[in-house]
Write a protein that binds this ligand. Sequence first.
Ligand SMILES: *[C@@H]1O[C@H](CO)[C@@H](O)[C@H](O)[C@H]1NC(C)=O
Ligand SMILES: *[C@@H]1O[C@H](CO)[C@@H](O)[C@H](O)[C@H]1NC(C)=O
Length: 276
Amino acid sequence: MNYIQQMAFSTLLSFTLFLCVLLPCFASSLEAKPISSLIRKKFFDTMFLHKDDNACPAKNFYPYKAFIRAAKTFPEFGTTGSLDTRKREIAAFLAQISHETTGGWATAPDGPYAWGLCFKEEINPQSNYCDSTNKQWPCFPGKSYHGRGPIQLSWNYNYGPAGKELGFDGLRKPEIVSNNSVIAFRSALWFWMRETRGTLSCHNVMVGKYVPSEADIAANRTAGYGLVTNIINGALECGIPNDPRVKDRIGFFKRYTNLFNVDTGPNLDCAFQKPL
Ligand SMILES: *[C@@H]1O[C@H](CO)[C@@H](O)[C@H](O)[C@H]1NC(C)=O
Ligand SMILES: *[C@@H]1O[C@H](CO)[C@@H](O)[C@H](O)[C@H]1NC(C)=O
């Protein structure tokens, strides 16, 4: 190359590099954008209109920042599949944690589905949620494994493995799930992402990666938001027509998918599914 060619080349190169700041020129820029590009703070706060009300025990415990930080621990959450799939998964997650922590009631201001993330801890737990037959995750004396955090993580056999994977001692210090906002969101995402039987996880169900077994098909456990409800609390809520808890979960999902401007997908209910 002569001098002129070199000048022209380097100008072109710097122009290309400049453009690449603005446009996705390189393969790495084509990877799914982080979920913060789909759900910004203002949008998040619109979903959870009352989470920081004085009336909510979780006031200031569930900031947007903590959710985004926790999501980085699970890079596949909300980044898998088409744009609609990604939005639908995020809406489903936020809807389920909203039901788990709701402070809403039928005639609540802004409607019952504007009150997610109002509680951080189960009130009046009826037991310490210790399954003493579980030897892999033994309960620590005096500790209670009642519902805490956005998904209301419960039982020693969930606190133990969640803590192990996320770097805290879930059996000795379960309180951290309702004392540390980022760990709280991480515990919920841990539950969401974890595969139990085969490909069964809330995440896989929402992004189309769940492959039902023959038994699942016979039990009507086909993919959809209803199956996510079944994973979370099916033993108590599924296979029952018109269960108000299931209805509440669906109500949040409808409001959030509507805000995201995405459809809900099929099989919203688990009334006709056999519980998991
Ligand atoms: C941690 O949580 C427990 C209950 O879960 C609460 O009693 C305690 O005050 C909290 N500690 C801090 C430092 O927030
Ligand atoms: C599957 O769903 C149908 C209705 O769609 C219902 O008649 C049937 O009993 C369900 N099967 C099970 C195992 O729940």
